[in-house]
Ligand binder design. Structure first.
Ligand code: PLP
Length: 444
């Protein structure tokens, strides 16, 4: 009945519904720790953390308790002209852990709106500073920043974004630091980071038109888990400083421990002007995002009422109390359970286990950034020939792992490994074994 009604009433995101309706689907009823359970009581490891959000497992007591305690007080009141307790406490905690120059938190409810806000703030900042021409952004090919029109305008994935081109604002695109398929035909040995040099040329040439550079730090996630070469992010920061454009880092996917650091920016000691966080901020429980900016940016919006320098933007559920309470509990768990410290051996184990995949005839490259990994499947390992879109190779592997009690979701031909940070070593090994066996079965 539920399966029927799911197919009858729901339009699933990023899903070809013709296939979805035809095929057998899983309906999740409950979850515990790293496991999801369907309506027939089958258990699955949540191998992609319910789309990269869940950090400490499902039904984590501390987060459940925090939400329950907040329910007894109030679930929602507006942040438009009113304060609320958990949103204040959370902003204070966030400012303690983000890069030093970030001082003010603007809340919204998902990664896309968080990015949208960052673009509008960057644009308006320059308008208020009198640099009226700085209205464009630089983004990277293969980047993904969300699905609203603004965030799609800085998105660089043809498959998702091309059709909307007539609706989008113009953006300058720099090369993706995709070393496996280097645009400049360089190898790791001959790499002089031509991709970053090209980005610098764009910023130098158009800097009086550019408000900011936006990128996902260390790894382009939805673009296929494309890991940037060491030093790349730092170079981008230097370029932004040199040419007076803002640096916006989108930590929606990388934030809250995923890369082995609380935020990816920390690895190369990068101080962005604006940082966007979402997904893991509530430990994967409730929708919340934050766009966090420097004092300098915030100050530019201050003025007399009649000057109309106000940031005229806000969402109905901005700073929602239940979401902020979940986020506060999430941050407490990081401290109390020493999550980042405990994660380090698991990152090593992941590296070790991933080595085996490299020998497989249809694995072109295995990429890892902390506790995030992507396994790129190729038709021909020697020529790096890609599987065709219609071969659905990634989807086939991810459907196959379900038989063995694992949920994965691919990015095209890339198999994503992104379990909750709390996964234990046995479950991590098990999920990798299932993935390995399924790649062998499907790509035979
Ligand atoms: N930015 C990045 C880097 C993301 O990976 C995503 C989602 O995957 C988003 C933005 C959009 O976030 P949301 O799906 O919450 O709108």
């Amino acid at each position: 009945m539920l399966e029927k009604d799911d197919k009858k009433y729901i339009w699933h995101p990023f899903t070809q519904m013709k296939d979805y309706i035809k095929e057998k689907q899983i309906i999740i009823e409950s979850g515990e720790g790293v496991y999801l359970r369907d309506i027939y009581h089958n258990k699955y490891i949540d191998g992609v953390s319910s789309l990269w959000t869940n950090l400490h497992g499902h039904r984590k007591k501390e987060i459940n308790d925090a939400i329950r305690a907040q329910l007894k007080k109030i679930s929602h009141s507006t942040l438009l002209g009113l304060g609320n307790v958990p949103s204040i406490k959370l902003a204070k905690e966030l400012i303690k852990i983000v890069p030093n120059n970030l001082k003010k938190v603007f809340y919204s409810d998902n990664g896309s709106t968080g990015v949208e806000i960052s673009l509008k703030i960057a644009y308006q900042y320059w308008q208020l500073k009198g640099k009226k021409g700085k209205v464009r952004f630089v983004a990277l090919k293969n980047s993904y920043h969300g699905d609203t029109i603004g965030s799609v305008s800085v998105g660089g994935i043809e498959l998702f974004h091309k059709i909307y081109k007539p609706l989008l604002f113009k953006t300058y695109f720099a090369p993706s630091p995709y070393c496996y398929r280097c645009e400049f035909n360089k190898t790791l040995e001959t790499c002089k980071m031509d991709c970053v040099l090209k980005l610098e040329r764009i910023v130098r040439k158009y800097n009086d038109k550019i408000a900011g550079v936006i990128l996902e730090p260390l790894i382009q996630c939805a673009g296929g888990m494309i890991v940037q070469p060491p030093g790349y992010l730092k170079r981008v920061e230097e370029i932004c400083n040199k040419y007076n454009v803002l640096l916006i880092v989108d930590e929606v996917a990388t934030g809250f421990g995923r890369t082995g650091y609380m935020f990816a920016c920390e690895k190369e000691r990068v101080n962005p002007d604006i940082m966007v966080v979402a997904k893991g901020i509530t430990g994967g429980y409730l929708p919340l995002a934050a766009t966090i900016v420097s004092q300098e940016i915030f100050n530019a919006f201050l003025g007399e009422y009649k000057e109309k320098k106000t940031f005229f933007h806000g969402h109905t559920y901005t700073g929602n109390q239940l979401c902020c309470s979940a986020a506060l509990a999430n941050l407490k768990i990081f401290k109390k359970e020493k999550v980042l410290k405990k994660l380090q051996p698991k990152i090593k184990l992941l590296s070790k286990e991933l080595e085996k995949f490299k020998e497989l005839p249809h694995v072109g490259e295995v990429r890892q950034c902390g506790f995030i990994a992507g396994i790129e499947l190729v038709k021909d390992k020697k020529t790096k020939e890609e599987y065709k879109y219609e071969e659905k190779i990634g989807i086939k592997v991810c459907m196959n792992v379900r038989k063995y009690g694992l949920i994965l979701r691919p990015l095209g031909n890339v198999i994503v490994i992104m379990p909750p940070l709390s996964i234990n070593e046995n479950d991590l090994k098990r999920m990798l074994k299932i993935t390995y066996d399924s790649i062998c079965e499907v790509c035979r």
